[in-house]
Design a binder for this molecule. Structure first.
Ligand SMILES: [Zn+2]
Ligand SMILES: [Zn+2]
Length: 171
């Protein structure tokens, strides 16, 4: 979806609300941690203020991940706020490298590529089912969030393990 700059000029600072949906398949392809997601619902508004144009709003989707520690699949409701500022290309000549102001090429603001980037930047590279996820036990592979295991404490000397089996069998 594109927003016509001339529409914003006519509105003289009055915000123009917009709604759109981003394609889920494309986003999934572009981020390896996204295992699935609902179409990304976007609601926002655009306005002209002074010489600058603004768009802001929120992106929403339910995203499926696999926990990087315990490998459990989980779904997270993801809401990403966004805010972008544009200046007409000719007035953005101040060469301010650090500026967050984007140059406005042509007479339309192209929302989709911009919002796709904002969404992908908010996706974790190391998703966790919960902050405190205890992960899998490296010894027995048990999910330590669901089940306690005592591998660490009862780590049997391999030489004694054989002995334990011997006694078990002899019962
Ligand atoms: Zn986990
Ligand atoms: Zn264990």
């Amino acid at each position: 979806m594109n927003i016509k700059v001339s529409d914003l000029d006519h509105l003289k600072g009055e915000p123009l609300p917009f709604r759109l949906t981003l394609d889920a398949d494309e986003l999934k392809r572009r981020h390896q941690e996204i295992r699935g997601l609902t179409p990304v619902e976007v609601s926002g508004e655009a306005a002209k203020l002074g010489n600058l144009y603004y768009v802001k709003g929120e992106l929403k989707s339910d995203v499926d991940f696999v926990c990087a520690r315990c490998l459990k699949p989980f779904t997270r409701h993801t809401a990403v706020p966004f805010a972008e500022t544009f200046a007409p290309a000719e007035s953005a000549e101040d060469e301010d490298q650090d500026s967050d102001i984007l140059p406005l090429e042509g007479d339309e603001i192209e929302l989709n590529p911009l919002l796709q980037e904002d969404f992908l930047l908010a996706i974790p590279a190391f998703p966790l089912c919960e902050e405190e996820c205890k992960g899998l036990c490296p010894e027995c592979g048990v999910n330590r969030n669901e089940q306690a295991c005592e591998c660490k404490h009862e780590r049997i000397d391999p030489r004694l393990a054989g002995l334990a089996d011997f006694f078990k069998d002899s019962k």
